[in-house]
Design a protein. Structure first.
Ligand SMILES: C[S@@+](CC[C@H](N)C(=O)[O-])C[C@H]1O[C@@H](n2cnc3c(N)ncnc32)[C@H](O)[C@@H]1O
Length: 220
């Protein structure tokens, strides 16, 4: 079994468990209004250590694409530091939260494209970021290749040491009486990058278990 197969199998297992317990969902429904509110973050805040790592790659003339960018937690503060920020995200609730955050902060150079990344058309920029998204992506090779094709200079993939969905494993067991099928994290992602012949450059903000290392892949 290849690393890519293992990755897809983990996403399939997590999705199958979710459907068995909650039923089928429309695309993006997982990130509903309540979840989207939790992803709102003040774009005018000072940058934390993780965002600082990403911001160091962004130049004033850049167009930044934030794939699965949600409510703009990353895109909006970075839009204040570059030419344009574009979130490509599948969730209507995240779009609503993104627009509210941008309006509240008076940010006019950022936009939201509601689309699945694999179906999104004609999006080009200098930097492509995907933060806390790869855990949910079954077709990880196509997803990353598309990031590479969209970014003129750099792809940045940010994942937590423990993927967000897996943080609830203990609660999950208590509620459902079974083990949660874990989402793939960096242990599964890095072998995929190697299989793709991508020599990544890893950078993390601290060693905390919930730190969020960024894997930077030069776009080709
Ligand atoms: C955990 S949230 C992370 C949001 C944001 N990147 C952040 O760090 O605050 C995951 C986001 O990825 C989006 N997403 C998941 N799969 C996607 C896909 N294939 N194409 C576009 N967006 C996707 C979801 O709609 C959701 O907003």
């Amino acid at each position: 079994m290849t690393a890519v197969d293992t990755y897809a199998a983990m996403v399939d297992a997590a999705n199958a468990q979710r459907v068995r317990l909650h039923g089928e969902e429309a695309p993006g429904a997982r990130w509903d209004h309540e979840v989207a509110q939790r992803f709102r973050s003040d774009p005018l805040r000072s940058l934390d250590a993780n965002l600082d790592v990403i911001a160091a790659y962004v130049e004033p003339q850049d167009v930044l694409i934030d794939v699965g960018g949600g409510a703009g937690r990353i895109c909006l503060p970075l839009a204040l530091r570059c030419r344009e920020g574009i979130v490509v995200d599948v969730s209507p609730a995240m779009e609503e939260a993104f627009r509210a955050c941008a309006a509240d902060a008076g940010i006019t150079n950022a936009r939201f494209v509601r689309a699945d990344w694999l179906a999104a058309e004609a999006i080009q920029g200098d930097i492509a970021v995907a933060a806390s998204v790869t855990y949910f992506v079954r077709d990880i090779v196509a997803f990353i290749r598309k990031l590479e094709a969209a970014a003129r200079r750099r792809v940045l993939i940010s994942v937590r040491s423990v993927p967000g969905p897996n943080l609830r494993a203990t609660l999950f067991r208590l509620v459902y009486g079974e083990e949660q099928r874990p989402a793939p994290g960096y242990r599964e992602l890095l072998p995929v990058l190697w299989e793709m012949d991508i020599l990544y450059y890893g950078q993390g903000a601290g060693d905390s278990p919930h730190g969020s290392p960024s894997f930077s892949t030069p776009s080709v």
